[in-house]
Design a protein around this ligand. Sequence first.
Ligand SMILES: Cc1ncc(COP(=O)(O)O)c(C=O)c1O
Length: 398
Amino acid sequence: MSLTLSSKMEYLADSLPLLISARAKQMIAEGIDVTNLSVGEPDFPSPANVKEAGIDAIRNNFTKYTPAAGIPDLRKAVSGTLKKDHNLEYSPDQIVITNGAKQAIASTLIALLNPGDEVIYPYPCYASYVDLCNIAGGKPVGLETTQDTGFRINPEQLSNLINNRTKAIIINSPNNPTGAAYSLEEMKELSELLAKHDIWLISDEIYGKLRYDGEPALSFASLPGLYEKTALINGVSKAFSMTGWRIGFLAAPVVLAKAVASVQSQVTGSPGSISQKAALEAYTGDLSETERMKDAFSQRKELITKLLRDIPGISFIEPEGAFYVFPEVSGYFGRVAGDNTIRNSMDLCQYLLEDYHLALVPGSAFGADKHIRFSFAASEENIRIGVSKFTAGLANFQ
Ligand SMILES: Cc1ncc(COP(=O)(O)O)c(C=O)c1O
């Protein structure tokens, strides 16, 4: 007899990009001065008023289980935020507070999918979509988007993928890793197509407030025909620099919200009580620190794109949102520097890390091997140092 694990674990094998980040951490621990432009979280502390709310929660012994779907005040606050930001009407019983946006996505997929149900995911995308879909028993179906169309979904291509096994599509705008974000006009065009089909739209709007193209935060749920089909996912992680507090939410039709709350009650009981109080402050309190962070991201975006534009042999789209730039670097594949032959994005990232002490994420982590991802959730100084290391690394190729 042998003890075995679920075959699902095959999907969860450590990815190569995780090896890069583990190696970067090891180098830093060894005292090597690694410039880290690989992180997917703001470098600012959480806002002071949010931290105080968390401390108050502990002092007031607000440290017990809460309702599975979250504390009523926070569900109400989220409903108010959705009204204010998007003019969307969600009653608190349509809101489920989750342990981060990621858990909202996971629980939604568990609640929606039967074995073999197909979920369309435009890529490049956040890698967890594929893994979570597999864990939930679904079949992820990729829809490639490319730089020459600004990483937009081609409606014809999407129509061709939809069939009677299609249960949902996951759209992430603004997007990790590309920085692409749909305009209202583009969203309208897509919504006309999606409204015609009986498929759920899982709309990951976690970077919604971080836009640099003059557009406000936009939600697919506010477009005609989509409210009843949309699982709107957002949270405090990115816009409020609260990644470690682990608070996200789902806003959806009651039937889905109830199902997700049931999944959550079994899997985790409830989100953390202290973090919920902190998130309540984020949604209802003073927003000046978050506005400052957004302005800083906007300036950093200007800086990093200006610096990258001067580098020969790469190209990229101007990020419209999130905090990433995703240059196409395949012109350097096949080139040699010392003992290194660069065949793909992973090789390039490994070379830059080992020889130039610069940590970036290979595009293969997001399904786009011709690219690499820079995060500009880093200080201007680190952005300057990082891009100069990158320039020096590329210049060294024969
Ligand atoms: C596109 C996208 N969705 C969801 C998440 C997860 O957010 P959270 O930390 O709130 O779980 C991330 C985090 O990197 C992300 O990039």
